[in-house]
Design a protein around this ligand. Structure first.
Ligand code: HEC
Length: 147
């Protein structure tokens, strides 16, 4: 992307973002949870974001095995138990549960691809797989919020 088209993109975001934020028509489904579950879930969420940040840092350093490790343990199928997913799932509508499952599965898939990338050095393929993880964050956030 040229500097000029990047600047145009930022400008377009600045123009549209406040309108989107100011909008009252929040059509996300509001999910009710006991207070402890709610704060547990939000703490998990902050760790999800931290994990993505750490994954990007180690990818930039070419440390694909570390990226795989973070993804599998903190976001992937191996993280289900430490997140208390089975307790939380009961409070989530079906679609939200599905979005959560999609996130864990795509993170585990990324972990496998990141390990392969240690051999192939095919970074675009790893980034594509990481994009599928962030797509699952975006999808759930677009559909659901907490009460
Ligand atoms: C199954 C649904 C779901 C998935 C998947 C999901 N989130 Fe969330 N996340 C939520 C909900 C619901 C909230 C609360 C939003 C609200 O009430 O406005 C939230 C809030 C957050 C917050 C704010 C935490 C706070 O302390 O307020 C962060 C950061 C976050 N998510 C990051 C992520 C990241 C990064 C991913 C993907 C790796 C992700 N989330 C995946 C449902 C999800």
């Amino acid at each position: 992307m040229t500097p000029i088209s990047f600047a145009a993109l930022i400008f377009a975001c600045l123009l549209t973002a406040p309108a989107a934020l100011a909008s009252d028509d929040d059509s996300r489904v509001a999910v009710d949870m006991p207070a402890m579950m709610r704060s547990h879930m939000l703490a998990n969420m902050r760790d999800h974001l931290l994990s993505l940040h750490e994954i990007q840092s180690v990818l930039a350093a070419g440390n694909y095995d570390a990226a795989a490790d973070i993804a599998e343990k903190r976001l992937g199928m191996s993280s289900l138990q430490s997140h208390g997913a089975s307790h939380m799932a009961g409070f989530m509508p079906q679609g939200m549960q599905a979005a959560g499952t999609a996130m864990h599965q795509s993170a585990s898939r990324f972990a496998v691809i990141a390990q392969e990338t240690a051999v192939t050095r095919d970074l675009p393929r790893a980034l594509d797989a990481l994009g599928k993880v962030t797509a699952s964050c975006v999808a759930c956030h677009a559909g659901y919020r907490l009460k």
